[in-house]
Ligand binder design. Structure first.
Ligand code: BMA
Length: 306
């Protein structure tokens, strides 16, 4: 990494944060770490909204430009089954991936002691279907690839025990195997804690572009969550081509440095426009929801040259 950094490649939206707790129709403590997709020409976000009881619910929000005027719509009903309730004392960090004509939402189902990943699906963001659990205990970040790879569904996952990123595949989105280790949580000076995949991997001619988050431990109880980027092989995503040595986004605005969890940027999704522009959606300091702009070319440059 050069001592003198180049110009930053991600530009924050001027009116950040774009969704705040006071926009929610209930007594809400924070809206953050949410995910967005483009749907029928409009922008849909699945929000993580945290009440003062510290429980999180998921809500649908819609905007016509992906930046502002977000309208908060319905709450998404979670499964009422005994099986879900057994593990789901709380839930958070939804990530949306479109595969064919279905939108899949992976999210963390948190019990009293540990967390596992769950999967919902929808075609219209009105009716949601609970699918199944994707992992056993000890996982908080599973992100699906947008297409099958070598005939199998594919996902990135993050065992909490080591905080590394792994690759896994499945014939049916329920039974997962072929696990391969991809990236160690100690890959750089800004990753001294856990790391994890952010939004759906972006398919480019050069490989899969994958935005990641990385926790830097400053001292015993002080953490900084950065966003970074890596590129992996198209036909074998477990094989990393390169990891960008610089973070692409690091907390510095007041809404990122001050909040319920200070110094947190948690990028959990991005939307790639037809012209190559990319909107990165990120939660700031466990308090509010933000958006920032970049392009596929700049992300590739960050992954390959910085
Ligand atoms: C994610 C979520 C949050 C947490 C956050 C930092 O992994 O699990 O609950 O506080 O990291 O934004």
């Amino acid at each position: 990494m050069s001592i003198i950094p180049k110009k930053q490649i991600v530009k924050r939206y001027k009116n950040n944060p774009v969704i705040t707790n006071d926009m929610m129709p209930f007594s809400c403590r924070g809206v953050y770490n949410s995910s967005a997709v483009k749907y029928n020409g409009s922008y849909i976000m699945v929000l993580r909204a945290e009440g003062y009881n510290l429980k999180d619910s998921f809500w649908v929000a819609e905007s016509n430009n992906g930046y502002d005027n977000w309208k908060i719509k319905e709450m998404i009903h979670l499964p009422e089954t005994e099986e879900y309730k057994k593990y789901g004392a709380n839930q958070y960090d939804p990530r949306i991936t479109k595969i064919d004509d279905m939108y899949y939402i992976t999210f963390c189902v948190h019990g009293l002691h540990d967390a596992r990943m769950g999967l919902m699906s929808t075609k219209n963001f009105k009716e949601f279907k609970w699918e199944n659990f994707l992992t056993g205990s000890g996982f908080r970040n599973t992100v699906l690839f947008p297409e099958k790879i070598n005939g199998l569904y594919a996902a990135l996952e993050r065992p909490n025990s080591t905080g590394d990123i792994w690759f896994t595949q499945s014939p049916d989105l329920e039974f997962w195997g072929k696990h391969e280790h991809m990236l160690s949580s100690r890959f750089s000076v800004w990753s001294t804690g856990k790391i994890g995949p952010c939004g759906t991997p972006i398919k480019t001619k050069k490989g899969w572009l994958i935005i990641i988050h990385s926790v830097q431990i400053i001292c015993d109880f002080e953490y900084i969550y950065h966003a970074g980027v890596m590129l992996t092989e198209l036909n074998n995503p477990a094989k990393i081509i390169r990891v960008g040595e610089e973070p692409i986004l690091t907390p510095e605005e007041s809404y990122e440095t001050t909040g319920h969890a200070p110094n947190v940027i948690f990028a959990s999704s991005q939307i790639v426009e037809d012209d190559g522009n990319v909107k990165i959606y990120y939660g700031a300091s466990d308090r509010c929801q933000c958006v920032a702009d970049t392009t596929v070319d700049l992300l590739l440059e960050a992954a390959l040259e910085r």
